[in-house]
Ligand binder design. Structure first.
Ligand code: GLC
Length: 775
């Protein structure tokens, strides 16, 4: 019997649909291009991803069309039918998201217990098929033949997620991250689709464990299911895929403008922080080998027995003085901070947290004791606002030490007991409500990042630098991310590109991988190709595990060192460009690093392109990701493209064969691009730059360039400058200061074309640039 749609109520952009035998479905028109679908399953409705009221006054209509109710905005049409079925179209009537009405086609489960044992006796993993008993609800949508999927944060596998299944359950995954791993450290339940070329997005705002099957089970449908929470998802529309992505970041927030030096090179290894001498020896290595660097990361050994907010003074004579000394050498230090707090009656953080009842408990009220690096450990109940404030207060310890940020780790949270997790029934706060680990697990890292961000912001008044391994949708507002414990294998260099592109599409514009690979021994060739591939990846950090082969740039031969240096130097040239891109990201909500499909969604060739990425709209990077390769096919999309190295020009919409000997990264600039070109430096300075260069690729072009103090929030009060640099078709070159809100300006600006170099001087009296020389 069908579950009849019996009527609706329309109240100020909220349309409540009633059904004969199921709960109401609520459609909330947030904007012209965003409609929320909600069905109450008895859970509190606070969102951890979305902050503030995102509803805008929007024109819409609701009409009874006989067999369905139709809700229409200027961009989306939602048709609601019996059985609570919804179909969504764009304003031109193109189907975007249609509820599936056919039969399910489950994958075979033809294994009895005896066969299971036999299969496992050879050591094969036998995965349980998705267990329907645990599922609280499913949302099943029909799949078109050509439909492709993107997003989902930093999952394994390829750019196009069609044909794969994924789980959302933050987990410490110390094994090889290949496409059979359905979940890693982050849960970002947003997916984008192109259906017959028409873009849409779905964001499922539910922190409980959830599952996506994107056409693995059947070619006829895809589905999302969750073990708890409410049916609570957002239909994201827009003319282009970019609009859809921007709608997602409109909801969940953008990456705030970073401090400029965060874009510099960073070196890390588990093992450096065992003493101040060891850290200093790394800094010496960079100086000796003439390598630029901004940050050295301190892994867990700087602490007293892995106790959070401590610094072992038997290993560091005077930590604060040491941090200062390194800063004077131009190097900032970034300490790690773990989620688990050591059980130790003599340790103030533990004592204070116990007294205040700030750690998560068993259902019987006793504090849960798991195990992390310090042995027996307890876990802060970050769902409680008081706990976040307490944590933020302690984060001042790092600010007082003068370190540059905080690197949050093991915040899934990881546990060395109970199969790597905390038990589902542990008691957490969910704001003012009492809740369980099952609900709060996926936002543990998010809330720890939020507390850490707030703590650093209050204590330093600078733009905080936080890195986290675990995240939920929206964590990008507080923290950058890295992709966790990858491995020094070629398949992980290959994975880096779709993984970072997926993160970018999912709001995480500031992300990176462990360059060289974290686990296992890298090779000179792999390290070389990895640093090349990462040239324009926002988070630019080499990190490795204790006991693996060293992977500092000088750990191998002269060739490896020379090539590594070449790419570090090149990176610093690109920092003003990357900084401009971040400024743009904060305004547009679009990622800095992105797959070609975001810029060229109508071009079929871009839809499964796993081994290229773009920075903004004008730079295309096509790294070598295969051992031994010295050539590769590069797909160039529409437009003309200039080879960065020799300025050869190619027309787009074709594959070209690019030569890539070991020292060459295939890199292309869109014709008629003006690129800001940083000075050659060893570190990003806190002092304003006096000189800036702009390089023209092509015949003519223009750019808007952004400048501020690169550190604090004064730009939000208008303390920033904007420059407009233009080379016209007839060869006229102009430099204009279009906004002067930050006092220092460049004293000299050079504009370089293929033929000439133009020199401009700033005149304070007129606030203008004058062309003083051309050669
Ligand atoms: C985790 C982190 C890794 C770190 C190690 C020791 O494995 O992912 O980056 O080096 O812990 O702290």
């Amino acid at each position: 019997m069908s579950n009849q749609l019996t009527g609706y109520q329309d109240d100020n952009q909220t349309i409540t649909l009633s059904f004969a035998s199921s709960k109401d479905l609520i459609l909330k028109v947030l904007t012209n291009e965003i409609i929320q679908v909600f069905q109450d399953h008895g859970c509190p409705t606070n969102s951890y991803a979305i902050e503030g009221n995102k509803q805008r006054k929007t024109n819409y209509t609701v009409e009874n069309k006989g067999d369905h109710i139709e809700v229409r905005t200027g961009a989306l049409i939602v048709k609601a039918y019996d059985d609570a079925k919804l179909d969504v179209y764009d304003a031109d009537g193109n189907p975007l998201v249609l509820d599936y009405r056919g039969k399910r086609e489950p994958l075979p489960t033809d294994m009895d217990d005896e066969h299971r044992k036999t299969v496992m006796s050879e050591g094969h993993a036998v995965h349980a098929k998705a267990n329907p008993d645990n599922v609280n609800f499913e949302v099943i949508k029909s799949l078109a033949k050509d439909e492709v999927f993107y997003g989902l944060g930093g999952k394994t596998g390829f750019l196009n997620k069609r044909g794969y299944e994924y789980d959302n359950w933050n987990s410490d995954v110390p094994v090889l991250h290949n496409e059979t791993e359905t979940h890693l450290y982050k849960s970002i339940p947003v997916m984008y689709g192109l259906k017959n070329g028409h873009p849409y997005g779905l964001f499922f705002d539910d922190t409980y464990k959830s599952h996506f099957d994107l056409g693995k089970e059947s070619d006829n449908y895809y589905y999302y299911s969750a073990v708890g929470g409410n049916v609570d998802y957002y239909i994201l529309g827009g003319h282009t895929l970019k609009d859809v992505v921007a709608n997602y970041t409109y909801l969940t927030g953008v990456v705030p403008l970073p401090q400029k030096w965060m874009l510099g090179y960073q070196q890390s290894r588990w093992g450096y922080s065992t003493s101040d001498q060891r850290v200093e020896s790394i800094a010496d290595g960079f100086a000796e080998h003439n390598l630029p660097i901004d940050v050295i990361h301190l892994d867990i050994d700087y602490m007293y027995g892995y106790r959070d907010f401590t610094w072992d003074t038997t290993k560091y004579k005077d930590p604060k003085a040491f941090v200062q000394k390194m800063k004077q050498r131009g190097i900032r230090l970034m300490p790690i901070l773990d989620a688990g707090v050591k059980v130790d009656d003599k340790y103030d953080i533990y004592k204070e947290g116990m007294e205040k009842g700030y750690f998560v408990t068993n259902p019987d009220g006793s504090v849960y004791v798991g195990s992390v690096w310090p042995g027996d450990s307890v876990f802060p109940d970050f769902g409680n606002e008081d706990v976040r404030k307490w944590w933020a207060k302690h984060v001042k310890f790092f600010a007082d030490m003068g370190v540059c940020g905080v690197w949050n780790d093991m915040d899934e949270p990881a546990n060395f007991r109970a199969k790597g997790q905390l038990p589902d029934d542990l008691v957490f706060h969910d704001g003012v409500n009492i809740s369980t680990h099952a609900k709060m697990h996926n936002v543990f890292g998010h809330l720890q990042a939020q507390a850490t961000y707030e703590g650093m912001k209050q204590a330093t008044r600078k733009r905080p630098y936080i890195i986290t391994r675990a995240a939920y949708a929206g964590t990008q507002k507080y923290s950058t991310v890295w992709t966790g414990d990858n491995t020094a294998v070629w398949s992980h260099l290959q994975l880096a590109i779709p993984q970072l592109n997926g993160l970018g599409l999912s709001g995480f514009a500031f992300a990176g991988t462990d360059i060289g690979g974290f686990q296992e021994d890298t090779t000179p060739e792999l390290l070389t190709r990895w640093i090349e591939a990462s040239l324009l990846v926002p988070l630019f950090r080499n990190h490795s595990i204790l006991g693996s082969r060293y992977q500092e740039p000088w750990a191998f031969d002269k060739q490896t060192l020379d090539i590594y240096r070449k790419y570090l130097n090149l990176r610093y040239r690109f920092i003003p460009y990357l900084y401009d891109q971040f400024r743009h990201e904060t305004e547009s909500g679009l990622p800095v690093m992105r797959p070609l499909v975001l810029n060229y969604p109508d071009d079929q060739e871009t839809r499964n392109l796993n081994d290229e990425y773009m920075i903004g709209t004008n730079i295309l990077v096509a790294p070598i990701v295969n051992q031994g390769a010295t050539k590769r096919l590069v797909y160039l999309p529409a437009g003309n493209w200039i080879d960065f190295w020799n300025h050869a020009e190619y027309s787009g919409q074709q594959y070209i064969m690019a030569d890539a000997p070991i020292d060459k990264l295939p890199l292309f600039v869109k014709a008629n691009t003006v690129l800001p070109w940083g000075n050659k430096v060893m570190h990003v300075s806190d002092n304003p730059e006096k000189v800036m260069t702009f390089r023209l690729f092509g015949e003519c072009g223009s750019t808007k360039h952004y400048q501020d103090n690169g550190q604090d929030f004064k730009y939000q009060q208008g303390e920033f400058n904007e420059y407009y640099v233009e080379v016209t078709e007839d060869g006229h070159v102009a430099v204009k200061l279009t906004k002067h809100g930050y006092k220092p300006t460049y004293e000299k600006i050079y504009v370089e074309t293929d033929r000439s170099r133009y020199e401009f001087t700033y005149h304070a009296d007129t606030d203008e640039y004058e062309l003083v020389n051309e050669r």
